[in-house]
Ligand binder design. Structure first.
Ligand code: EPU
Length: 415
């Protein structure tokens, strides 16, 4: 088990460069195997989820050459073997191999994916879509054998605008016969990044970033290149840190429009933000106003920033309200924030945060990735020492977090 220790209540200054997006990269890597030639990905973050996907590629006999923030993937010698349970369950995004292998070989065998325990997280929409494209599915003990004689384009209307299902349908349909239409598609920027990559390889996808995506099947995908977009969740997390403990604190290398929902809330509570073309600059303010946040699909307020943002709300004067609409179980950081001195009550999918409260360092546990990120934010703010157990969760999604925060002046270490 890894542990992060933070001595908090220090003002942080300087520039933090935001890395490539985890949730784009974890789809781009499985997408790469749809090519029959060499593809290059750059601006890949160095995080453990990428290592886990690289292990799956290796198990499929795909050549992977990784250098700093780059991967050259050559699937020419690939073999379609079942993906073992341990590899499937290491992360959520292993499920993108379902769509990619089905799309390429018309057959895939793997287990139900892993990932943070933040709710039920079923994959029914993915499986229903594969069936609509012509696949049959045999499931036993969380093992799935999905295969098709032929994949045929069709119209798939999603009940929920799911990021994972939208990307998986694109992967499965890109080489299918005819045209596939996804209605009520998710609109997250990561989906656009994946569609752009597939199109660069020769796919014919239009409408990514809107709620209707059209995929015209092609026979062959070849050489390709993609630059991973900046991570809007990492950027949002540092923006929250900048708002709380930053002075002359710059969050750099971002696409500011991807952060509109969070910047609006930061301004709403009274943060001092200067917006540049590709950066946000934070200067200190003494008092924040309370607000309400409700998580929504993009372009709404992202669920992945709800937990870090709740720490900021402990410093707002008055009652703030947080409503989590995407996952059933994303308040697991709250008992630890209360242990540190916050005054938060949870009832169902709503948390009421009474501020402002002084936080003090405590021993806490990172129950999942973003809960862990929230506790890092709390530790940076708190008086004294915070010890965060199970820090592995945090390393799944934040590249060089210890180095980046140290560079900004934080007292933080990992053991
Ligand atoms: N859902 C279903 N059935 C499905 C698929 C989804 O009911 O077949 C439900 C989910 O249970 C959830 C909602 O739909 O309530 C949204 O889920 P979605 O499919 O959009 O999420 P995901 O693809 O599993 C990705 C990110 C998450 C992020 C969500 C929402 C990856 C690997 N994961 O998950 O990221 O919270 O989109 O933006 O891209 C994180 O980075 O910490 C993280 C959890």
């Amino acid at each position: 088990m890894k542990t992060i220790e933070i001595i908090g209540n220090k003002t942080l200054s300087g520039t933090v460069r935001i890395s490539g997006a985890k949730n784009a990269s974890v789809a781009l890597i499985p997408a790469a195997i749809l090519s029959d030639d060499i593809v290059t990905l750059c601006n890949l973050p160095e995080i453990s989820d990428i290592d886990a996907l690289t292990d799956i590629l290796k198990a499929l006999n795909v050549d992977v050459n990784r250098a700093t923030e780059t991967a050259v993937i050559d699937p020419k010698n690939m073999i379609n073997v079942p993906i073992e349970k341990e590899l499937s369950q290491k992360l959520r995004a292993s499920y993108y191999f379902m769509g990619a292998l089905l799309g390429k070989y018309k057959k895939v065998e793997m287990y139900f994916p892993g990932g943070c325990n933040i709710g039920k997280r079923p994959i029914n929409l993915h499986l229903d879509a594969f069936k609509k494209l012509g696949a049959t599915i045999v499931e036993s003990d969380n093992n799935y054998i999905i295969e098709a004689q032929e994949l045929k384009g069709t119209t798939i209307s999603l009940d929920v605008a799911s990021v994972g299902a939208t990307i998986n349908i694109m992967l499965a349909a890109v080489k299918a016969k005819g045209i596939t239409i996804i209605e009520n598609a998710a609109r997250e920027p990561e989906i656009v990044n994946v569609a752009t990559f597939l199109n660069n390889m020769g796919a014919k996808i239009s409408g990514a970033g809107t709620s209707i995506i059209k995929i015209k099947g092609v026979n062959y995908l070849g050489k390709g290149f993609v630059e991973v977009i900046p991570d809007r969740i990492e950027a949002g997390t540092y923006a929250i840190i900048g708002a709380l403990v930053g002075d002359n604190f710059k969050v750099d290398n971002i696409i500011t429009s991807h952060l509109d929902a969070i910047v609006e809330k930061l301004k709403n509570i009274g943060c001092n933000i200067t917006e540049g073309e590709d950066y946000l600059l934070f200067n200190k303010v003494e008092n924040f106003k309370s607000t309400k946040i409700k998580t929504q699909v993009y372009p709404g307020f992202p669920t992945d920033l709800q937990q870090p943002f709740s720490v900021l709300l402990t410093q707002c004067n008055g009652n703030s309200k947080v409503e989590e609409t995407i996952y059933e179980n994303r308040f697991m950081h709250i008992p630890y924030l209360n242990k540190m001195g916050a005054n938060i009550t949870v009832s169902g999918d709503v948390a009421i945060i009474k501020g402002k409260t002084q936080l003090t360092g405590q021993e806490v546990v990172a129950t999942d990735l973003r809960a862990g990120a929230a506790l890092v934010v709390a530790g940076l703010l708190a008086e004294g020492k915070t010890t965060i157990a199970y820090a592995e969760h945090i390393l799944r999604g934040y590249e060089n977090i210890i180095e980046k925060l140290t560079e900004l002046g934080a007292k933080i270490a990992i053991k």
